[in-house]
Design a protein around this ligand. Structure first.
Ligand SMILES: [Zn+2]
Length: 180
């Protein structure tokens, strides 16, 4: 039986042919990436990440939501456990938040669009509004601040912010690594 997955599963056959397992441990790049789920924004491709390099958390806009903060807290805990650093409080990884230009969530800044999207999806308007990325420089700065202000963020964990420009493929630094 063929489906839209058929060519992708064929790709996987090729991948599995030369696959080398990566043991569970700290991510090699020592970075947790938070970014948009947009199919034009794939951190593995734009940042050259390989298997085992970095956990990636993706949602609409790449926004630092409560669930994202909970995931980061858990990943930090797990990383400390796996690396035996729990006692020292050294998290060993930092967070990079990457927003991008031309984000589809930008439409959500328009109240009419937002109302229609809410009615169609059942997601409340406030949640939709919170995921909007209009100016990525502004939203990424706000999200770095939000993470730094969260009690869920482990002490000594660095956070930085970037914008990925879909026009030229370039990632630029908006907020250098900050600590709480
Ligand atoms: Zn987006």
């Amino acid at each position: 039986m063929t489906s839209r997955m058929t060519p992708l599963l064929e790709n996987n056959e090729q991948f599995a042919g030369t696959y080398t397992p990566v043991p569970l441990g700290l991510p090699a790049a020592k970075v947790i990436v938070v970014t948009c789920l947009d199919h034009r924004v794939d951190p593995a491709i734009i940042l050259g990440l390989k298997l085992g390099d970095a956990p990636v958390l993706r949602n609409a806009g790449g926004r630092v939501t409560e669930p994202v903060m909970e995931e980061i807290a858990f990943l930090a805990f797990l990383g400390q456990k796996l690396s035996g650093r729990r006692a020292t409080g050294d998290v060993g990884v930092e967070v990079a938040v990457i927003h991008h230009t031309q984000c589809g969530t930008g439409f959500l800044a328009d109240p009419d669009f937002r109302r229609e999207a809410s009615a169609a999806t059942g997601v409340d308007e406030a949640t939709l509004e919170a995921s909007a990325v209009g100016d990525p420089q502004i939203s990424v700065s706000a999200d770095v601040e939000r993470l730094l202000a969260s009690p869920l963020l482990p002490p000594k964990m660095g956070v930085s912010g970037y914008v990925y420009d879909l026009e030229n493929g370039r990632v630029t630094t908006v907020v250098d690594t900050q600590y709480r």
